[in-house]
Design a protein around this ligand. Sequence first.
Ligand code: NAP
Length: 538
Amino acid sequence: MINDISNNNTYDAIIVGAGFAGLYQLICLRDQLGLKCLILETGDDVGGTWYWNRYPGARCDTESHAYSYYFSDELLKEWSWTERYPGHAEIREYINFVAKKFDLKKDILFNNKVTSSTFNESENNWSLITENGNQFKAKYLISAVGCLSNANIPNIKGLNTFEGKYYHTGNWPKNDVSFTNKKVGQIGTGSTGIQAVPVIAANAKHLTVFQRTANYSVPARNQPLNDDFKEHVKADYKNYREFLKRTPNGHPFDISERLVSDVNEDERNEIYEKAWEKGGLQFRATFQDLVTNLDANNTAAEFIKQKIRKTVLNNKFADILSDIDHPYAGKRPPIDSHYFEAFNRDNINLVDLRADPIKHIDEKGIQTKQDHFDLDIIVFATGYDAMTGPLLNLNITGKDNLKLSDYWKEGPKTYLGLQIAGFPNLFTITGPGSPSVLTNMPMAIEQHVEWIRDCISHMNKKGYSLIETNNKVSEEWGQEVNKVANKTLLPKVKHSWYLGANIPGKPQVFMPYAGGLPKYNDICNDVKKNDYLGFNLS
Ligand code: NAP
């Protein structure tokens, strides 16, 4: 057990988080630059998001051949996914495969949740303390904590009196939860809730879904991958790599250049119908203007609402589920496996919280304004304090005793989502202000990790020991993030976690960069070519 700061506990770089980002950063800094590195991780194994997200139905909505590291030819040739979309257990197998192949676990300290991170100005390094009292120092602190790792259980009166069990989907127990003969209540119908409903309903005695905001969803059409496809991916990985890096969202499909107004109603419906049958996130790529033009968006929105009304046989449920108040893909668009069909079961109920809000939770279940629901288990599929929450949890103090929580009082301010003024030598992989959650995450992660590696390599070659951005460029970058977001419908959506609006009291700032990964990559490369313009290296 490590318990004091000695030379052994001093590193060139400490990376926080052992998910996709942390592992690749370790490979880059340790194996490519020869630095002494350590990953600190809260969980007891690798996996990041997928370590925690084991809820029923948890599955990635990026197609598996794209939800992969692309930095290693060998890895691409050695690994085969089994389904169109990878399930949570298979993603953990993949991450473990990567950890083993690159011998990463020897430099990861599990069960070490970082509780405090402080920059020492006299030494130009970071001090870290973990929950169990271990202390470390590092020249560079690199956060790989993910964007959606801070589970949010809403503050509902009486939860602590509930005599049953309750779980948040983002913090799901390792030993499977049994729903057999149980009356279950699920709060939340975002991407997570929509995946969980059909699986819970199929296993529980009864499921009551508590919906605050109705949501769109398109069928995922998950299926096992056949050998031909697996071979094709292995043979063609160079083309896939090139493709994924040039599409705005890093997904394996093109966004159409046609506008909704380019086609007549019949043609449009035929296009939507084909995309519905094919399934997946490419539904939103059927027309170029779906997320920029409300009239165009309304056509897709209406198409999906019709599908919901056709699928759901109970008219009351169909009305509640199709009464959607925001544009399609204005929030992250879910994809599903038989979500709407699940409402045709006879062991399911749907409560419209807009009409009948939750008053409190008591020993026996959930009390709404009009009704009481007896429950054995409550599932919170209520989302995350996204993007800023995981970083603020590191309890970061920078120069002049500046606390990140104070610096970000009005919302996150970063330069390129990579660095924060006043916090030297701290890099934030997929931080607020970068494309991150608007893309296929492994693509955004690889781009950031490689940029950070190149930056540190440059500093080492030039003999610099400190890198810091400033307020001026951070403000300008914040304006750019807003400008780009305002060209889309995304910032106008109520309750969106992209804005922080899902967390009471959180400042509302549109957090991800919506200009697409290739454009963002060009900006980062220009900064690099121009001697790290916007950063002070000393
Ligand atoms: P989310 O999108 O934030 O959805 C949370 C749900 O909980 C919403 O329906 C929300 O209602 C509801 N809710 C929150 N607080 C509530 C309260 N106090 N009372 C009643 N309802 C409440 O969270 P998520 O579904 O976990 O998804 C978050 C993100 O994770 C996704 O957008 C996606 O990026 C990622 N994700 C990806 C996958 C995948 O790859 N397949 C799967 C799951 C999640 P309101 O809408 O009214 O706020």
